[in-house]
Write a protein that binds this ligand. Structure first.
Ligand SMILES: Cc1cc2nc3c(=O)[nH]c(=O)nc-3n(C[C@H](O)[C@H](O)[C@H](O)COP(=O)(O)OP(=O)(O)OC[C@H]3O[C@@H](n4cnc5c(N)ncnc54)[C@H](O)[C@@H]3O)c2cc1C
Ligand code: FES
Length: 282
């Protein structure tokens, strides 16, 4: 019997696959933060940076709703993808207790990922906390395409600066900040970003800002990008139910290029949006 459930198409035209995929690696890389590898050659083959999976976290009917998690990394040769998540509540706690060899029921890849324009030569990647989850795969992909990366990563404290060594190896320049001053720049990653933008005089035609993290941070990234005239894309989060565009439970307020305000669904129109598109705090 096939282990694959259903196949749909997402907005990018690639298949959406439901599949039971075995957990093959699991590591707690920081307190309450887990890196889990699953074997899923089909999803791995189609996944793009910024897309996510909808994961059934338990083994029984409870909890009913799947949880959205970004695709952190893919290894297409081995057909393996990984998820990086923090235990935030019941669902992620259950997921953290799944054992090696057990199957995870996955739906994906879902949503619109990062769309890097041709002509981009430099990416300025700004991650806040678990925001590193959708950005690591992006960084790997950009390096493969010959785009140089400046990576700014912020966390509450040193222990929560995730995957720092791997990002250091990928990036032309990596700078970190911590809210408590235990490592790197003492303060917010958006303060680091502002300093960087003032210092570097980046070319707006060939630079792209990509960011993920808490919404207040994304609002500040959007305002700085606008001030310095650099285009960018951000990954948004909302609680989700269907994950397929049907329930309208995950909307964010956006404005069109004609400046008309409208609600858009994070699960199918996002999670990655142009940063001037999202209307913050209104
Ligand atoms: C597209 C997308 C990609 C995501 N990728 C990742 C990822 O790679 N790694 C990761 O750790 N988390 C990620 N998240 C967030 C993750 O889905 C939630 O942390 C998770 O669903 C919480 O489930 P829970 O049952 O453990 O917690 P719950 O009991 O449902 O919630 C616990 C707390 O977390 C808050 N919360 C729940 N969902 C969200 C959300 N979507 N955004 C902000 N706060 C939330 C709740 O309000 C509550 O305060 C992503 C979310 C989206 C929408
Ligand atoms: S979660 Fe149902 S429309 Fe997005």
């Amino acid at each position: 019997m096939s282990r694959e459930g259903f196949r749909l198409k997402n907005n990018e035209g690639s298949p959406v696959i439901q599949q039971k995929a075995p957990v093959i690696t699991k590591e707690e890389i920081a307190a309450g933060v887990f890196l889990v590898g699953v074997k899923s050659p089909q999803i791995t083959m189609h996944a793009q940076p910024g897309q996510f999976l909808h994961v059934r976290v338990g083994q029984g009917p409870e909890p009913l709703l799947r949880r959205p998690l970004s695709i952190f990394q893919v290894d297409r040769k081995r057909g393996v993808l990984s998820l990086l998540f923090r235990v935030a509540g019941k669902g992620t706690n259950l997921l953290s207790r799944r054992r090696l060899g057990e199957d995870l029921d996955l739906v994906g890849p879902l949503g619109q990922g990062f769309d890097v324009p041709s002509g981009t030569r430099t990416a300025l990647i700004v991650a806040g906390g678990l925001g590193v989850a959708p950005l690591f795969f992006l960084a790997q992909d950009l390096v493969r395409r010959g785009i140089s990366i400046h990576f700014l990563m912020g966390a509450r404290c040193q222990d929560q600066l995730l995957c720092r060594d791997q990002l250091q190896a990928l990036s032309s320049h990596l700078q970190v900040s911590t809210d408590d001053g235990s490592d790197g720049f003492p303060g917010l990653v958006t303060q680091l970003l502002e300093e960087f933008l003032r210092r570097e005089n980046l070319d707006s035609g060939s630079t792209l800002i990509c960011s993920a993290g808490p919404e207040a941070m994304l609002a500040k990234v959007a305002s700085l990008a606008c001030q310095f005239g650099i285009p960018g894309q951000i990954s948004m989060e909302r609680n989700m139910a269907c994950g397929l565009g049907a329930c309208l439970g995950c909307v964010v307020l956006c404005r069109s290029r004609e400046r008309v305000q409208t609600y858009r669904r994070v699960c199918v129109d996002g999670p990655v949006f142009r940063l001037e598109e999202v209307v913050f705090g209104e």
